[in-house]
Design a protein around this ligand. Structure first.
Ligand code: NAD
Length: 505
């Protein structure tokens, strides 16, 4: 552990406030302890940001924006290219830190850094493609077009479960769009935030650029609320639970700011009578047990045609019996710990709620007799309308629900308040297309013969309904980080009005 911290230039107590590569020396604020969820041991600490430091961050970020927004977009892209290169160099070490602090298994920790690299590469290309449309004006000798301008300060608040990748989705795209970024990571993974801040700003140190990436830390969520309410933050990108996102959305809307919400999911996989279980079973197991069930896209419900129910149940219980639970840094481990003790308690409470409804826990839901936040992944037979099934328990509990028809399954799939990810396993073309048609899945992500989790960065990521409606990462998600400006130029000698209006003096 000490070697890893040394390689990432992390110390026992780390500054939690950064202005580009410069940090704050103020030691008056309290510390956020970074705890290893595998052992319960202290890894290091990160200092909270004080209100005065916050003011300094905001002032400097505004000054930076004035300069950075004037840097040509492809040059901004080159800065992000350097970041991508630096992340390539730190892929294994930063991935290991993600595993150490968050508890996700080694390949997922490294995969998260790979996702950062991928979005950096994407952003570099996008920096030369901030295209606007041109339109034909209805007036002679007029030219009409739209252009995309930098927005200003982009504030990013992230959840613990993707401690580095979600920052990159936002920051790399926002940066090529000419914005300055201020990040408040989850206090549960504050050390990852400091590590990223150092890698990224070291990569830009020789570039003679204004600081673009700022970091603040706060474990009380008081400063976070100031951040949300701050009219200087032009776009607030929030990733987290529906409950907090609802408050954040309302507060930003109250100041007429822009908000991008990436909130909770309650994702289902439909297994119809034509499903190939050789594909479906591993996809369900990865979707429900991967990241110990702590992904927004985690598979939480499996809606199974009644003719396949027993087969699927037996195969899943067998597969769950083979899940190797343990130290996430061990390459053979498939499931590590949950982030904290209260997450373990919530999974136990969900199992109790299933039993109270008269449902059956087929396996799992038992704490491991060892230090750390370990619990065996649970499978329950349940009904879609139970409260516990309707809500997102952010841990490894999977509900199996029998269905009579595809229409039933789609109605249940959509019959929750969240709308993030969905999938169907079928070899039947009509069923696949029905699921993808306008009366089919109502989610932001709809897959066929692929599970609900593990999205690629090339597509726009996000969900509908209480998932918040935001879109991040690829496709044209960059537009959320820019200001659209419609321009009409009159190059003639007359002043015709639109719609043929006469206003002669
Ligand atoms: P959370 O809502 O508890 O916290 C998210 C972030 O919000 C943290 O940084 C936290 O410090 C901050 N926060 C808490 N209260 C705040 C307040 N009043 N004002 C401003 N900020 C505040 O979520 P979590 O437990 O860290 O993460 C798990 C949740 O995030 C799950 O619901 C998961 O589905 C969701 N999530 C969604 C996506 C997505 O892209 N849709 C991705 C990852 C996680």
């Amino acid at each position: 552990m000490k070697d890893l911290l040394k390689q990432l230039d992390l110390t026992a107590v780390n500054a939690g406030t950064w202005y580009g590569s410069d940090h704050c020396e103020d030691q008056s604020t309290g510390l956020i302890d970074s705890i290893n969820p595998t052992t319960g041991e202290l890894i290091a600490s990160v200092r909270n940001t004080s209100p005065a430091e916050y003011e300094r961050v905001l002032t400097m970020a505004q000054e930076s924006f004035a300069a950075w927004s004037k840097v040509p977009a492809p040059v901004r892209g080159n800065a992000v290219r350097l970041i991508g290169n630096a992340l390539r160099e730190h892929r294994t070490t930063l991935g290991a830190l993600v595993t150490l602090e968050n508890g996700k298994i080694k390949s997922e920790g490294i995969g998260e850094v790979q996702e950062m690299i991928d979005i950096a590469d994407f952003a570099v290309g996008q920096s030369r493609m901030l295209y606007g449309n041109t339109m034909h004006s209805e007036r002679p000798q007029h030219r009409m077009y739209e252009q995309w301008q930098p927005l200003g300060l982009v504030g990013t608040i992230t959840a613990f479960n993707f401690p580095v990748a979600v920052w990159a989705w936002n920051a790399c795209i926002a940066a090529i769009c000419g914005n300055v970024n201020i990040w408040k990571p989850s206090p549960k993974t504050a050390l990852c935030g400091v590590a990223v801040q150092k890698i990224v700003n070291a990569a830009l140190a020789d570039e003679n650029l204004p600081p673009v990436f700022f970091l603040i830390n706060d474990d009380s969520n008081e400063l976070a609320q100031t951040f949300v309410d701050d009219p200087r933050i032009n776009l607030l990108s929030f990733t987290g639970s529906c409950a907090v996102g609802r408050q954040v959305g309302a507060r930003v809307a109250g100041r007429m700011g822009r908000v991008l919400l990436e909130l909770g999911g309650n994702n289902a996989i439909i297994v119809d009578e034509f499903a190939n279980l050789d594909l479906a079973i591993p996809a369900i197991v990865f979707g429900s047990v991967g990241t110990a069930g702590q992904r927004c896209t985690t598979t939480r419900r499996v809606l199974i045609h009644k003719s396949r129910f027993d087969e699927v149940r037996t195969a899943l219980v067998k597969a769950y019996g083979q899940i190797r639970i343990g130290d996430p840094l061990d390459g053979k481990t498939l499931m590590g710990p949950l982030i904290d003790e209260s997450s373990v308690t919530r999974v136990e409470a969900a199992c109790d709620a299933v039993r109270a409804h008269g449902g059956e826990i087929l396996c799992g839901g038992e704490r491991l007799d060892r230090p750390g936040n370990f619990i065996t992944p649970a499978i329950a037979v349940a009904k879609n309308d139970w409260n516990i099934v309707q809500s997102e328990t952010f841990g490894p509990i999977l509900y199996l629900i029998p269905c009579n028809t595809l229409d039933d399954a789609i109605a249940m799939q959509n019959g929750v308040v969240q709308g993030l990810s969905s999938a169907i396993f079928t070899d039947n073309l009509q069923n696949a297309e029905r699921f993808l048609s306008s009366g089919g899945s109502d989610c932001g992500i709809a897959n066929v013969n692929i599970g609900t989790s593990g999205a690629e960065i090339g597509g726009a990521f996000g969900g509908e309904k209480e998932t918040g409606g935001g879109r991040e990462a690829g496709s044209d998600a960059w537009k959320a980080y820019m200001r659209r400006q419609t321009t009409t130029i009159n190059w003639g000698k007359n002043l015709p009005l639109a719609q043929g209006v006469n206003f002669d003096l």
